[in-house]
Design a protein around this ligand. Structure first.
Ligand SMILES: Cc1cc2nc3c(=O)[nH]c(=O)nc-3n(C[C@H](O)[C@H](O)[C@H](O)COP(=O)(O)OP(=O)(O)OC[C@H]3O[C@@H](n4cnc5c(N)ncnc54)[C@H](O)[C@@H]3O)c2cc1C
Length: 395
């Protein structure tokens, strides 16, 4: 049982590292792997509690051979593990993210006291430490995790939206950049320890990284305040992470659906297609649907969308841009603006064909993602083929 707990711990750790064999050999991005980490962690709780019960029964019947001190170490180790589990519950992850993150340091107590309880646990502790060590070496080598760089652009793009640009620091990491990725950012002027993920809105070919930060919670509001006071700040970056799983250049039709700030990875994808390096591509048409409450939010990226549309006019790839103002009763004359919520089924049905797979990417609130997913499934039942990829901006 103890070996089962130890072996499982190593796998749990592997699924929590940002750079792992899963990313480089199996193409499973960190944001997907973290789901397995969560479930394997829960499974580990069952194993740990099973181990405690068996040890307790043996201790009080035939004896385990462990000293009382070793048993106390084991017990405290289990308490540390259970605290990690409790602070990982959905409520803490959403409402108290920092507490959730910091409580994970108790894992050190779990491993160290686990070894003192039973030295057979040392092997699994060393293996886990190696995985974490390799992860950190790669984080340091590929990003600018320790030494910050100056932003090349740091400004309020609109009300509650900050545009940030900075140069890619590690030339050897350039090959790792792809569309739809994100980076973790840290602004030392706000905090040296807080890192938050943001989708890259620049093309992977761009020598700089651009992200756009919507002020929603505590930290992002501080970024917005900082942008009100400064026009150049130090920034540290860890990444890039994530991948789209599917190479959309192999598809002739694409539908990109975004809700609110979920537009950021979509802008990055559009830039890669229309404003990046020339690539071999089968894409013939791209339909982009963006749902925002009003004209104010539509203005965030309107200039960029117009510029991309201009480029598409001289390209062989047709680009359709549909921006829906869900709360507006009427819209000013514009080829892009529409009133009301988008009819996703109409757009997907129009863009997909039988026997020709269509690449569908959706980023936004869970409700939008789930409804687009249901519609894709419904169309598949009718014989159409949708290859679906989604993001919700939540781990
Ligand atoms: C892959 C990914 C890409 C994203 N891209 C963008 C983007 O391009 N533009 C944008 O404006 N926002 C983006 N976000 C959302 C952004 O990361 C959160 O809005 C920000 O972290 C909230 O921090 P806060 O302290 O201001 O808000 P809080 O109110 O503290 O948190 C709001 C939500 O963000 C989550 N969160 C908080 N801190 C972190 C953290 N350090 N790491 C991960 N999640 C956290 C919490 O679970 C909570 O659900 C993205 C998120 C993810 C996961």
């Amino acid at each position: 049982m103890a070996s089962l707990v130890g072996g499982n711990c190593v796998i749990v750790v592997m699924f929590a590292t940002r750079h792992s064999v899963l990313v480089y050999m199996l193409g499973i991005a960190f944001d997907r792997a973290i789901l397995f980490h969560r479930w394997l962690g829960r499974w580990n709780t069952i194993l740990v509690l099973g181990h405690v019960i068996i040890e307790a029964v043996l201790h009080f019947t035939v004896g385990t051979g462990n000293t009382d001190l070793e048993n106390i170490y084991g017990l405290v180790s289990v308490i540390a593990f259970l605290l990690v589990l409790i602070f990982s519950l959905e409520w803490f992850r959403r409402a108290q993210f920092e507490l959730f993150l910091v409580s994970h340091l108790l894992v050190i107590v779990f491993f160290v006291l686990g070894v003192l309880h039973n030295n057979g646990f040392l092997l699994y502790t060393i293996l886990s430490a190696i995985l974490i060590g390799l992860d950190w070496i790669l984080r340091l080598a590929l990003g600018s995790v320790v030494v910050p760089s100056k932003t090349t652009l740091f400004k309020k793009r609109a009300e509650n939206l900050v545009q940030v640009r900075f140069t890619k620091n590690s030339p050897w990491a350039k090959k790792l950049y792809g569309p739809g990725q994100y980076v973790f950012l840290n602004f030392p002027a706000i905090s040296h320890t807080e890192w938050h993920p943001f989708s890259v809105t620049s093309s992977p070919d761009d020598p700089e990284i651009e992200v756009n930060i919507r002020a929603l919670g505590n930290w992002t509001k501080k970024v917005y305040q900082l942008a009100s006071a400064e026009d150049c700040v130090w920034v540290r970056a860890d990444g890039p992470y994530g991948n789209l799983n599917l190479d959309y250049h192999r598809y002739s039709n694409m539908v990109l659906v975004a809700g609110g700030i979920g537009i950021t990875p979509v802008i990055g994808i559009l830039k890669e297609i229309f404003a990046g390096k020339k690539r071999r591509s089968r894409i013939q048409s791209v339909v982009m649907v963006w749902s925002v409450p009003s004209e104010i939010e539509a203005g965030w990226f309107m200039e960029e969308l117009k510029a991309l549309y201009q480029i598409s006019n001289s390209s062989s790839i047709k680009l359709e841009i549909k921006v829906h103002l869900s709360k507006a009763k009427e819209v000013p004359p514009s080829p892009f603006l529409n009133t009301g919520r988008p009819d996703i089924e109409k757009y997907l049905d129009g863009a997909t064909q039988e026997r020709t797979p269509c690449f569908v990417f959706v980023c936004g609130p869970k409700k939008l993602v789930n409804s687009a997913w249901d519609i894709s499934t419904k169309l598949q039942r009718k014989g159409k083929i949708c290859h679906f990829h989604h993001e919700t901006f939540q781990f």
